[in-house]
Write a protein that binds this ligand. Structure first.
Ligand SMILES: NC(=O)C1=CN([C@@H]2O[C@H](COP(=O)(O)OP(=O)(O)OC[C@H]3O[C@@H](n4cnc5c(N)ncnc54)[C@H](O)[C@@H]3O)[C@@H](O)[C@H]2O)C=CC1
Ligand SMILES: O=C(O)[C@@H]1CCC=N1
Length: 276
């Protein structure tokens, strides 16, 4: 088995983010029998096995942790306990954390000064290979392990390598939490459509198709996004009035404040939990 193409991966935590990553890998024909999920919630095991074809385990053991990559996908609040239980099993496995806020210095300490560590911030569109992941690696991570990480994460979307760990709090605020902002905007545009007399299902269809079409156009086009916006905006037309209202309600300031609050929370999560 070529380990660069299909490494053995142990996911500790089999919740929303782990499932999004695994679903994305499954759709790229990743050999799912190479994946083991360790999660004490045994209620999830049957569904993980049947839908994703992965192995499951209730608890850590040398056998389930015999993998090239161990992904830490528990809540930040659970990470210290999980890391301390994991430490005795570590030899040369690459640890990839997806936890918001938790710094590598703290995680490394909880792992008994283990340095083969990568901190990431993925997002849930990974499940349809439309994710984007920010990645920061400690110097102890080898070039081959960096390539392996890049290969696995590229399978589920874009990968952005960062040189400063602090940038991950910004990534968390923009693309980690970002899908939730977009879903909220879709809900809001749908409600606006209903208020204007459309059926709920029609309004939802129009809203989703609009976000999808505009995003795909922005991604596919070399034209600046601002120019794409101007191309929709006829002088004296309808869009001009809609944009005027959004600007009068300070749409830029709203987004700036939302992202700032999310980034602040990433930092305070790191401060509060990392100090343990
Ligand atoms: N949901 C999202 O969109 C994103 C989440 N993240 C990060 O991913 C991590 C997981 O978040 P979600 O998947 O949303 O949470 P979740 O609550 O859906 O999943 C966490 C899983 O961990 C399991 N768990 C609890 N204690 C455990 C233990 N001792 N050992 C093994 N498993 C244990 C739970 O049973 C649960 O299945 C968090 O650190 C979060 O910051 C990162 C990017 C995006
Ligand atoms: O809300 C959270 O804390 C996690 C991190 C980014 C998305 N979900």
């Amino acid at each position: 088995m070529n380990t660069l193409a299909s490494p053995r991966i142990a996911f500790i935590g089999g919740g929303n983010m782990a499932q999004a990553l695994m679903t994305g890998l499954q759709q790229r024909a990743f050999p799912m029998q190479q994946i083991t999920v360790i999660d004490p919630d045994t209620g999830k095991h049957a569904q993980l096995q049947s839908a994703l074809g992965v192995r499951t385990s209730q608890a850590l053991s040398a056998e389930v942790l015999d993998a090239e990559i161990i992904v830490l996908a528990v809540k930040p609040q659970q990470l210290k306990l999980v890391a301390e239980s994991l430490a005795p099993y570590l030899q040369s496995q690459l640890i990839i954390s997806v936890a918001a806020g938790i710094r590598t210095s703290d995680l490394s300490r909880w792992l008994n000064d283990y340095k083969t560590l990568i901190r990431t911030m993925p997002n849930t569109p990974a499940q349809i290979q439309a994710g984007v992941t920010g990645v920061f690696a400690l110097p102890g991570v080898s070039e081959v392990q960096r390539q392996l990480t890049d290969h696995v994460l590229q399978a589920v979307g874009d990968v952005v390598w960062l040189t400063e760990e602090t940038q991950l709090d910004a990534v968390t605020a923009i693309s980690g939490s970002g899908p939730a902002y977009v879903f909220l905007l879709i809900e809001a545009l749908t409600d606006a459509g209903v208020a204007l007399g459309l059926d709920k299902s029609q309004a939802l269809q129009l809203s989703i198709a609009t976000f999808k079409g505009a995003s795909l156009l922005a991604a596919a086009s070399s034209t600046p996004v601002a120019t794409l916006r101007e191309q929709v905006t006829s002088k004296g037309g309808t869009t001009e009035q809609g944009l005027l209202s959004l600007n009068q309600h300070h749409i830029h300031a709203i987004m700036q404040h939302a992202a700032q609050q999310a980034a602040n929370r990433a930092k305070t999560l790191g401060d509060e939990l990392g100090g343990q």
